[in-house]
Design a protein around this ligand. Structure first.
Ligand SMILES: *[C@@H]1O[C@H](CO)[C@@H](O)[C@H](O)[C@H]1NC(C)=O
Ligand SMILES: *[C@@H]1O[C@H](CO)[C@@H](O)[C@H](O)[C@H]1NC(C)=O
Length: 201
């Protein structure tokens, strides 16, 4: 008697595999949704994080004599802004460095941390007066060119830490960074305004 041919059906996928696949799908969807929620939250909150910016500046003195000695005075008005309607912001470790022709000439800092109320801002006006700076020939060239173009540039770099205390949620910490060029007309010392803010574009 011929043996009955038995074709074995392909093994059925075990239900545990289905379960695993479904769990993985749910997990993936959950991660994507969480990502979207975090992204939207970030987009909503981000424009309101504390911001520091240069709102005005002035170069009252920029004098340079034949011996190559430069004397200058720079005023910089820095605003710390808290657009949050619900929380005070505390700013600390304020530290901005002012560079001229690649060398650091001043450090702008605050003596202590400071508070900025809800939806308000605090301004600091820094006044830097240089000692007489003897220039080397390449710096003299650079200054000559600046005077010819009637345009003197400085760089301002650094930042501050900011913090919101939100009730029981604890605190949110941010760091604000500035990295900008400050330009002035050397003839009258007026500031050539341009964007100089820690707010990302
Ligand atoms: C926030 O400040 C701006 C101007 O400083 C003001 O016009 C606005 O009404 C303030 N908003 C709240 C909720 O206090
Ligand atoms: C300073 O000089 C520049 C160019 O010479 C001019 O455009 C600017 O209006 C002047 N600013 C003031 C406040 O006089």
């Amino acid at each position: 008697m011929p043996k009955k041919l038995v074709s074995t059906p392909p093994p059925r996928t075990h239900f545990l595999w289905w379960l695993a696949a479904i769990l993985c799908t749910i997990l993936t969807v959950a991660i994507i949704i969480a990502g979207i929620v975090i992204f939207i939250g970030y987009m909503v909150i981000h424009p309101r994080v504390p911001v520091i910016s240069v709102v005005d500046a002035y170069l009252p003195h920029f004098n340079y004599d034949q011996a190559g000695v430069l004397v200058m005075q720079v005023n910089i008005l820095v605003r710390s802004k808290n657009d949050n309607m619900k929380a005070h912001a505390r700013f600390s470790n304020f530290n901005l460095e002012l560079f001229f022709d690649g060398s650091r000439i001043a450090v702008l800092s605050t003596a202590s941390p400071y508070e900025v109320k809800k939806n308000s801002s605090v301004d600091f006006n820094y006044e830097y007066t240089s000692d007489s700076m003897p220039l080397n020939p390449s710096q003299m060239n650079h200054v000559d060119e600046s005077l010819k173009k009637d345009q003197v540039s400085f760089e301002l770099k650094g930042g501050v830490r900011a913090q919101w205390k939100v009730g029981v949620l604890g605190s949110f910490k941010f760091s604000c960074h500035l990295n900008c060029q400050l330009q002035f007309h050397s003839s009258n010392g007026s500031y050539i305004p341009r964007r100089c803010s820690s707010r990302s574009k």
